[in-house]
Write a protein that binds this ligand. Structure first.
Ligand code: PEP
Ligand code: MN
Length: 338
């Protein structure tokens, strides 16, 4: 249930409304930026009767509310002038991890030459083993930012922990929340308080409803710039790293107004399958792709098996550009910011 408040609602009335919800044991969230109160569906509607200051009550049947398509038809926003969401495609590429300045500069140069606007790269890496390469940290963020600025790219990088929020805010344009943190609800709630776009990856065993509820943690804090990223789910077949859930793309678009991009690199775990799954994801309706590439994949310090070479990525981009008119979504369209 989303209660749209009147613009001029008196503080006393708002207080009364909140008190009534509390007395009736309704857990709610007041999203001041949007002037709404979000609460689960309640059976006893009379709770709200007699309260003025309410513009409209929108009933939402699902546990997730703000991410639901019943609330909003579409979401799109600009990231430094590039349109994200709804009828647009964004291509994000770069290495799994920031390793060296040389690696990032050659990636940035290549991306800019290929017409890509978003560079990814992890400076803080969630690794299964504590003995694996865990990223360059702040030094990595600095390299990413410098190279991105030089080549006019946007930076997508992962935030692992709340203690690093200020750093990541300073050096990124889109904050990536990884699969392992999709259920870190306190972290998500904090991201609701900022303005920067958040790319929320699907938890490796998350149901669609759990994923959308995670998005609601961010949205209910007031940050409405959320992008979902399907990155494969853990399944029973040891042949594959993850099972790329292409079906989740149209399903999410049926349930939610949030943009959804696909990450076939983690989705398959193998470079040779990234090309077909990228095309499949776009045809299935994805609003973009995030792909791991490396100047020398064999030397990659993380996720080496799934990293595409620049040459293979270039071929993929050519194929994607051929698809552009068929799927009727412009790739990385840029606009003047208002
Ligand atoms: C990544 O994008 O490098 C990453 C760690 O992804 P995920 O959180 O999906 O495993
Ligand atoms: Mn990776």
């Amino acid at each position: 249930m989303i209660i749209e408040l009147q613009q001029n609602i008196k503080p006393d009335t708002l207080h009364q409304l909140k008190a009534l919800l509390t007395i009736n044991q309704v857990a709610f969230s007041h999203v001041e930026k949007q002037n709404i109160i979000v609460a689960p569906k309640i059976s006893n509607k009379s709770v709200l009767s007699g309260i003025d200051g309410i513009e409209k009550v929108i009933e939402i049947d699902t546990p997730y509310q703000l991410s639901s398509k019943q609330y909003k038809k579409e979401t799109h926003f600009l990231v430094n002038g590039t349109s994200v969401g709804n009828n647009f495609i964004n291509l994000i590429a770069g290495p799994c991890s920031v390793e060296t300045e040389e690696q990032i500069y050659s990636t940035a140069e290549f991306l800019s030459k290929t017409g890509i606007k978003f560079m990814r790269g992890g400076a803080y890496k969630p690794r299964t083993s504590p003995y694996a390469f865990r990223g360059l940290g702040l030094d990595g963020l600095k390299i990413l930012r410098k190279a991105a600025d030089e080549y006019k790219l946007n930076v997508v990088t992962e935030l692992m922990d709340l203690s690093l929020l200020d750093q990541i805010m300073e050096y990124s344009d889109i904050i990536q929340i990884g699969s392992r943190n999709m259920s870190n609800f306190y972290l998500l709630a904090e991201l609701g308080k900022i303005e920067k776009p958040i790319m929320l990856k699907r938890g490796m065993s998350a149901r669609l409803s759990e994923w959308l509820l995670a998005a609601d943690y961010i949205l209910s804090g007031g940050n409405d710039k959320v992008i979902l990223c399907e990155r494969g789910i853990r399944s029973f077949d040891p042949e594959v790293r993850n099972t790329m859930d292409v079906a989740a793309i149209p399903m999410i678009q049926d349930l939610s107004h949030l943009p959804i991009i696909a990450d076939p690199s983690h989705g398959t775990g193998m470079a040779k399958f990234v090309h077909p799954l990228s095309l499949a994801s776009l045809v299935a309706g994805a609003n973009g792709l995030m792909i791991e590439i490396h100047p020398d994949p064999k030397k990659s310090l993380s996720d080496a098996q799934q990293a595409m070479t620049f040459a293979d990525f270039e071929i993929l981009v050519q194929e994607i550009r051929k698809l552009e008119s068929a799927i009727n979504k412009p790739i990385d369209a840029t606009y003047e910011e208002a």
